[in-house]
Design a protein around this ligand. Structure first.
Ligand code: BGC
Length: 337
């Protein structure tokens, strides 16, 4: 797994190990501490120990060299949640529909700001943030959200404060709104900077935040600004982290996207099991990415077989969904009910 500063990966690694052991495998999980070099060492050591399959949530395409080694050793490699870019040395990717994750964020803003009724006389104001430029998921999250928001921006009823890449393909502007390594302090500093500069003379109605870790950092920056003391902008998120679920319950963060990572881990181990046994792959609860969605599995060198789980948008009104799915510890669930 890539990192521990975003909580989900801690759960993902533990769930993968448990699911593999349930199926009778010997399994080991390690976390790369947000450093691709460190993760490569971990992977190399797994190869030396004779691993038959590697399930990798990578940091960036620097993982390609060890994936090539694995391919030479005929070790099964599954890209987990994040695609391994610029590699043709593996065949499988299991993740969520990442374009839909973004659409759910965009739709959250659309509903909360009632954009359908907004006018050019009184346009709404938004600031845009994206995830790490080294993570292909960040592109899909952003493009999904903007597929909902761009029509309102074009109509002049939604105004962007700060840089405005229409899609991630506008690399120069995307770089300006991206958050290297998904690091909260970077998003917080950028938000503080915006509040003191581009957003100084406007009141922001919404902030597109790509995940919960960054959403909370953005909210923290807003809270320190007198203008937002009584009413925060609508802030989106992703991962249904407990702290963000509490923030939603308390009326601060507006929404999150629930991705049931326990199901992702279960599906990834089933996939590994079927591939190792040479069986036909069939993963319940997923769809094989095809049509436009096939791009989610495009490494730039090849299209890998990509299995997608379905994400769910969560606001205060359906906070029970991740709770009822058993996503939280009992004590956490009790606080969320
Ligand atoms: C994952 C998100 C996560 C982000 C930061 C993305 O690749 O899909 O769930 O919030 O990385 O770790």
């Amino acid at each position: 797994m890539p990192e521990t500063h975003v909580l989900r990966w801690v759960k993902d690694g533990n769930a993968l190990k448990a699911e593999a052991e349930k199926r009778g495998y010997r399994a080991e999980a390690q976390w790369g501490n947000a450093e691709q070099a460190q993760q490569n060492q971990q992977i190399q050591s797994f190869l030396t120990q004779g691993a038959k399959a590697l399930i990798i949530g990578c940091l960036n395409d620097g993982v390609g060299s060890v994936v090539a080694e694995a391919a030479r050793d005929k070790v099964v490699v599954i890209a987990y949640d994040r695609l391994i870019m610029n590699s043709a040395d593996f065949d499988y990717f299991i993740t969520f529909n990442n374009f839909k994750v973004g659409q759910l964020q965009g739709q959250g803003i659309e509903a909360a700001l009632n954009l359908a009724s907004a006018t050019t006389a009184a346009p709404k104001n938004i600031t845009l943030f994206a995830g790490s430029p080294t993570d292909d998921n960040a592109n899909f999250f952003y493009d999904g959200a903007m597929s909902i928001l761009n029509p309102y921006i074009d109509k002049g009823v939604l105004r962007v404060v700060g840089p405005y890449p229409k899609t991630h393909a506008d690399g120069a502007n995307f770089q300006r709104i991206a958050t290297e390594g998904w690091q909260a302090p970077i998003a917080k500093a950028r938000m503080e900077n915006l509040l003191n500069n581009d957003a100084r003379n406007v009141t922001l109605d919404a902030v597109l935040a790509p995940n919960d870790t960054l959403a909370r950092a953005i909210i923290e920056a807003c809270k320190a600004d007198a203008k937002y003391r009584t009413k925060l902008p609508v802030v989106t998120g992703q991962d249904a982290e407990f702290e963000s679920a509490m923030s939603i319950k308390n009326g601060e963060q507006y929404m999150t996207v629930f991705k049931d990572t326990a199901k992702l881990a279960e599906a990834a181990i089933l996939l590994a099991d079927q591939v190792l046994k040479g069986q036909t792959v069939s993963i319940p609860g997923t769809v094989l990415a095809s049509g436009d969605l096939a791009e989610i599995g495009n490494t730039g060198r090849k299209y890998v077989n990509t299995y997608l789980l379905d994400p769910i948008g969560v606001t205060r009104s359906n906070l029970n969904v991740p709770v009822d799915a058993g996503f939280y510890e009992d004590a956490e669930a009790a606080r969320l009910r």
